[in-house]
Design a protein around this ligand. Structure first.
Ligand SMILES: [Zn+2]
Length: 443
C-alpha cells in the first residue's frame, strides 16, 4: 500500500511539466495551418516510385516482414529495461549492442549516453540521421513489465518511444540483409533526454559545437504512418522564487511578504499575456505550480511558481517571455515599496526548460519526400506542429521532421500505455523509403 502510494506520488512528480508530442499531438492538429492542403511536387512521387522498384528495396521490405517476431521480442526486451529521465545508461548499452548486431559499421556511446551507429555511405559527403529517443517519463521503480492481452502489448513507455527504437533498429537490419548501400553516411541514433525536464539534452548534445556533421534529421517518435511534424513548438519554462526573511505574522508584521510579490507577478503577467495571446500565431502560457509558506501565522520566507510558455513563433515566444520578466520585476519593486521594515525581497528566476521554435518548410525536399512516401503507402500525410527532438536541428538550420514508427497505440505517459502491431511493418517501410530518398542509393 505504502509502496503503491509512493509510486503514485513519484509518477505524479514525473508527469509534472512533461511535454509530449504524443499528448499534445491531437490538439495541435486543430490549428489553422495544419488544415491547409500542401501539394506534393510530382518529382518526389516519381522518385519514390522508382525507388520501390529496386530489388534491394523489395528485399528489405520482405526482411521487415520476416523479422516481425524478432522485432516484437526486441520491443519487449527494451521496454523492460527502465530508462527514467537522466538514467538511460542501461538501456543505451543494450541498444548499442543491438545496433551492432543489426549490422552497423561502428557503434559508440557519447558523453551523455546517446547511442550512435554509423552505416557508411559510398561518398559520405552528407550525413542523414534516423533517431528515436531512449528515455521515458517514468521514474525509477515503475513496473515496466510488458503484459500481453490478445494482440495488444501493455507497458509504460512501450510506444513512446521504445517502439521507435525498435523500428529504427529493424530498418538498419533490413538494409544490411538486402545489401543496400547509401550514398550518404547514415547515423542511427538512440537519444537521451527527450522528455520533460530532459529538455532535449541528447539532441542538443549532438548539435554542440564540434559535434558530428549532420545534414538531414529524421526523428522517429509517435505512432502510425501519417504524421509529419515539420513545425517545432518551442517552449520556455521557469521556476521563479521570491525570497525574504520570513517571520511571525504578528510580531514581524511589516516585513516584505514573498507571497504578495508572487501574487502581483502572476496578476501583471496574466493581464499582459492574455491581451497578447488573443491574436496572432498561437502562443500559450500557464502558471502550473505554486508553492511556499509554512503556516497561517508565519510570514513565508519564500514563494515560488513554475511557468510554461509555448509558441511556434520564436519572436512571439521571446515577447511573452519578456512580459513575464517585466511582471516579476514590477511585482518585486512594488512589494518592496510596501514593506514597513526589514530587508528587501529578492527574486531568483531560473530557466528550467528551453526548447527552440521553428520550421522545416513544407516545400523542402525532406517534407515533400515524407509526404510522397506516405501517399505511396496509401496513408494521408498529416503535417503538424509539436515539441520533439526535431526542434533542435531545425533551430540549427538543418532540415528535420518527426514521423511515427508504425502500428497503433495510446496512453502515452500513463501506466496504461499500449501498442498494437496493426500493419507495423509499414512504419519501417516508410522510414526506409524516406531515409533512402534523403541519403541516396549507391548503384
Ligand atoms: Zn516521445
Amino acid at each position: 500500500m505504502m509502496n503503491q502510494l509512493l509510486k503514485t506520488a513519484l509518477l505524479a512528480v514525473a508527469l509534472v511539466g512533461t511535454t509530449s508530442h504524443s499528448l499534445l499531438a491531437q490538439e495541435e492538429f486543430d490549428d489553422e495551418e495544419s488544415k491547409k492542403v500542401v501539394p506534393i511536387d510530382k518529382r518526389y512521387q516519381t522518385e519514390v516510385n522508382a525507388l520501390v522498384k529496386l530489388p534491394a528495396v523489395q528485399a528489405a521490405f520482405k526482411r521487415f516482414a520476416e523479422l516481425e517476431p524478432q522485432t516484437k521480442k526486441t520491443l519487449i526486451t527494451l521496454t523492460e529495461i527502465p530508462a527514467p529521465p537522466f538514467k538511460e545508461e542501461a538501456r543505451a548499452k543494450a541498444y548499442a549492442a543491438m545496433l551492432k548486431e543489426a549490422g552497423a559499421d561502428s557503434v559508440w556511446i557519447d558523453e551523455v549516453n546517446n547511442v550512435l551507429a554509423k552505416k557508411k555511405g559510398r561518398s559520405g559527403q552528407k550525413t542523414v540521421v534516423v533517431e528515436a529517443h531512449l528515455d521515458t517519463v517514468f521514474p525509477a521503480g515503475t513496473d515496466v513489465t510488458v503484459k500481453q492481452k490478445g494482440d495488444t502489448l501493455y507497458a509504460p513507455g512501450i510506444g513512446d518511444d521504445t517502439r521507435g527504437l525498435t523500428a529504427v533498429m529493424t530498418v538498419l537490419a533490413g538494409m544490411k540483409h538486402a545489401n543496400i548501400q547509401t550514398d550518404a553516411d547514415v547515423l542511427f541514433i538512440g537519444a537521451v533526454g527527450e522528455e520533460g525536464l530532459g529538455d532535449l539534452r541528447g539532441v542538443k548534445h549532438l548539435f554542440r559545437p564540434g559535434g558530428p556533421k549532420i545534414d538531414s534529421y529524421i526523428a522517429v517518435d509517435g505512432l502510425g504512418i501519417s504524421n509529419i511534424t515539420h513545425r517545432s513548438l518551442g517552449s520556455h519554462r521557469y521556476r521563479i522564487t521570491f525570497k525574504g526573511p520570513g517571520g511571525h505574522s504578528y510580531g514581524a508584521f511589516g516585513i516584505a511578504n514573498p507571497h504578495g510579490a508572487l501574487g502581483k507577478a502572476i496578476y501583471y503577467f496574466t493581464v499582459d499575456a492574455d491581451k497578447f495571446t488573443r491574436q496572432g500565431i498561437k502562443t500559450t502560457y500557464n502558471v502550473g505550480v505554486i508553492g511556499g509558506g509554512t503556516s497561517v501565522n508565519a510570514i513565508p520566507f519564500e514563494s515560488r511558481m513554475e511557468v510554461d510558455m509555448r509558441s511556434e513563433s520564436p519572436e512571439r515566444l521571446k515577447t511573452i517571455d519578456a512580459m513575464l520578466q517585466a511582471a516579476v520585476q514590477r511585482a518585486l519593486k512594488e512589494e518592496n515599496a510596501m514593506k514597513r521594515r526589514g530587508p528587501d525581497l529578492t527574486v531568483e528566476v531560473k530557466l528550467v526548460g528551453d526548447r527552440p521554435s521553428g520550421r522545416t518548410e513544407a516545400t523542402t525536399p525532406l517534407v515533400q519526400r515524407a509526404m510522397a512516401v506516405t501517399k505511396y503507402l496509401q496513408a494521408e500525410p498529416k503535417l503538424s506542429a509539436s515539441s520533439t527532438n526535431a526542434n533542435t536541428p531545425i533551430a540549427n538550420g538543418v532540415p528535420a521532421i518527426t514521423i511515427g514508427s508504425g502500428g497503433t497505440g495510446g496512453g502515452a505517459h500513463s501506466l496504461n500505455e499500449w501498442w498494437l502491431n496493426d500493419k507495423g511493418v509499414l512504419g519501417m517501410e516508410r522510414i526506409l523509403l524516406l531515409l533512402l530518398t534523403e541519403a541516396g542509393v549507391a548503384r
